[in-house]
Design a protein around this ligand. Structure first.
Ligand SMILES: [Zn+2]
Ligand SMILES: [Zn+2]
Length: 381
């Protein structure tokens, strides 16, 4: 064990630094993890730009309590536990186990915890990598560090042997693709929701869009059309099962609508998943849907302003099924790990991590992740 632990700090919007903290001893039920890898997420970028309210619109809404140790998409090795600690499925954790864990701590007592499994609206939700100041004990509450402290009650998942750290670091993002499972629940003889052969549009194929694309492919999508501005990301989408790619910068909105109509005998797509994070993409996606189609809005995670929607044309006249997604249920972690294990030979999951930066170059990694020729950038000790 180390005496001190190095960590990358976000000191405030636009300001990164380094910190050194005492190696903590675990309280009963806590776990100390030796970090292997921690993703740079869109949320970290928003926080760095000073645009992030955590859990805006909920009881838990807060400003970021700088300084923080960022990092909520995590994988590491159990260093020690505070007594007997169980994983999400009731298996005992031992030193040496590779684990990943949910980024949110929930109370288990409020209405949302008791009725919706605590995601993501627990009235006192606390997120690793975002909601804890590194000034406060136990300091090590984000993944861009050598070690991390997991409080009792953290939802922890053992990583199967066939799943590499590069794959396991994607578990949280993959879990968000439960949105596609959610659409599947609505499939009926009237062909609503998402079903076998559904023409599926993924708007924005960054890491989250890519994971939704993979989920749609595994669940039986027909044609998958990936839309993005980055040729790099579009090429990757093809590798992961997109049949068609459309470059936003090389086409007009009319071109894109025409392409989708042509592909679907004039009807429009059965399902569209918005992962671009733009209110304009939201409108465009609705226009690309057929009547009775299904729309998943997952990308507008921060409030970037308003957009003009034609309620009749975009929603009512289409009988659209509309899902908003801000997070994932913790139950999504186990299935995500299983799918990565099962499909390890089908999808080149390990290629999703395109860039690795040590913690003392976290700022560089963070800035690099803004570039269009990256997929997942990770911080690794
Ligand atoms: Zn994230
Ligand atoms: Zn709660």
């Amino acid at each position: 064990m180390a005496d001190t632990v190095k960590a990358a700090l976000m000191l405030g919007p636009g300001r990164m630094g380094m910190g050194e903290f005492p190696y903590p001893s675990p309280q009963p039920g806590a776990v100390i993890v030796k970090m292997e890898m921690s993703g740079v997420c869109g949320t970290d970028k928003h926080t760095f730009e000073g645009r992030s309210k955590q859990y805006a619109g909920t009881e838990a809404e807060t400003d970021t309590p700088f300084p923080i140790i960022p990092g909520h998409e995590n994988v590491g090795i159990v260093a020690e536990t505070g007594g007997r600690v169980l994983d999400f499925y009731g298996k005992e954790l031992r030193p040496g186990d590779r684990i990943t864990w949910g980024p949110d701590l929930v109370c288990g007592k409020c209405w949302y915890c008791r009725n919706t499994f605590g995601y993501p609206w627990c009235e006192s939700i606390k997120a690793y990598g975002n909601a804890f100041s590194s000034n406060d004990w136990p300091h090590l509450t984000g993944g861009w560090a050598e070690y991390m402290y997991l409080f009792p009650g953290t939802f922890i998942f053992k990583v199967p042997e066939a799943v590499t750290p590069e794959m396991a670091v994607m578990t949280e993002v993959f879990a968000v693709s439960y949105a596609v499972d959610k659409a599947k629940e609505c499939y009926s003889l009237a062909s609503e929701g998402f079903g076998a052969g559904a023409a599926t549009i993924i708007q924005g194929v960054g890491p989250m869009g890519l994971m939704c694309l993979i989920k749609a492919r595994i669940l039986g999508a027909g044609d998958i059309i990936a839309i993005d501005k980055s040729p790099y990301r579009l090429a990757m989408a093809k590798k992961f099962g997109a049949n068609y790619t459309i470059n936003m910068d090389e086409t007009s909105k009319e071109d894109r609508l025409l392409f989708i109509k042509d592909l679907t005998d004039g009807r429009g797509a059965d399902l569209a998943v918005e992962c671009a994070g733009s209110p304009h993409a939201f409108i465009e996606g609705l226009e690309m849907l057929r009547k009775g189609g299904t729309y998943i809005e997952a990308g507008n995670f921060v409030d970037t302003g308003e957009t003009a929607i034609n309620v009749n044309r975009h929603i009512t006249a289409k009988n659209v099924r509309l899902f908003g997604v801000t997070n994932h249920p913790f139950t999504g972690y186990g299935p995500s790990l299983k799918l990565m294990e099962r499909y390890a030979d089908v999808f080149p999951f390990s290629e999703i991590v395109t860039h690795k930066y040590p913690i003392n170059r976290a700022e560089e990694g963070l800035k690099r992740s803004f570039e269009p020729d990256t997929m997942k950038v990770v911080i690794t000790p």
